[in-house]
Design a protein around this ligand. Structure first.
Ligand SMILES: Nc1ncnc2c1ncn2[C@@H]1O[C@H](COP(=O)(O)OP(=O)(O)OP(=O)(O)O)[C@@H](O)[C@H]1O
Ligand SMILES: [Mg+2]
Length: 240
């Protein structure tokens, strides 16, 4: 069952058209991958789905759990269960990860006692015990920031998790850890979209569907073998 659908999505940034008609569907409890050359619009798609005001939807629509959310502000999309893990996670001074997560979980209806039990488990799962009381992403290493983003999704169990390059700059052991956490997230019912350049993460968490974005359009769609073909021969090798 498709939990998130985009229909003919056209998005422009700073007056420049970037996405030129993207239609895709993400299914509950499944992992999907989005690949594509640098600058093809992958992050633009993620920001547009999350409702970033700089990413203007000129045409098309976004449907989450049967509801048209195209015109909703980001916080309302988030409340309805849409989560974005940033490619470049921002550092937020003065906000501790624990407090941030406690408020976010409370907003999703988790009680304080539940959070008190769940938070240490999530920190342990993502090997982040040392980071649990730090300010959000402040001074975190690149790989720590990626784990911090995933921790948020793992705790919130959103309907849809858009993970923009969760594996970039991440060491080989941490990729495995991240992949395992993503698999658990999907098993809990979340529809996951992994934006990535590397099939390595997809070897640990096999995607049901792989989409290729080129020049603002989905140029290819297939199974995990598509990621392997791209790794072996580049994007030109899979172009029809
Ligand atoms: N805020 C912005 N202002 C101007 N141009 C932008 C902005 N955001 C994105 N773009 C442009 O949109 C195009 C797509 O960028 P986007 O970040 O979506 O690519 P990407 O597929 O995520 O690339 P990468 O693999 O390098 O992360 C690029 O040409 C980029 O310069
Ligand atoms: Mg990007």
């Amino acid at each position: 069952m498709a939990i998130l659908e985009t229909h003919d999505l056209h998005v422009s940034v700073a007056g420049q058209p970037i996405l030129r008609g993207v239609s895709l569907a993400l299914e509950k409890g499944k992992v999907h991958a989005l690949m594509g050359p640098n600058g093809s619009g992958k992050s633009t798609l993620a920001f547009a789905l999350a409702g970033h005001p700089a990413y203007r939807i000129d045409q098309g629509k976004i449907v989450l759990a049967g509801e048209d959310i195209t015109d909703l502000p980001p916080h309302e999309r988030a409340k309805k269960g849409l989560f974005l893990a940033f490619q470049y996670p921002p550092e937020v001074e003065g906000v501790r990860l624990r407090e941030f997560m406690r408020l976010a979980c409370g907003d999703q209806g988790h009680g304080f006692c539940e959070f008190r039990d769940l938070y240490p488990r999530a920190l342990k799962r993502l090997a982040m015990e040392e980071l649990g009381d730090r300010e959000l992403n402040v001074g975190f290493s690149g790989g720590e920031k990626k784990r911090s983003e995933l921790l948020q999704a793992w705790l919130l169990k959103p309907k849809v998790a858009l993970l923009d390059e969760p594996d970039s700059g991440v060491d080989v052991d941490a990729v495995r850890l991240i992949a395992d956490a993503i698999r658990e997230l999907a098993e809990s019912g979340t529809a996951v979209l992994i934006i990535t350049h590397y099939p390595r993460i997809l070897e640990h968490v096999a995607p049901a569907r792989v989409f290729v974005l080129e020049e603002g359009r989905i140029s290819q769609e297939g199974g995990p073998e598509l990621a392997q073909a791209i790794e072996a021969g580049g994007f030109k090798a899979v172009r029809r």
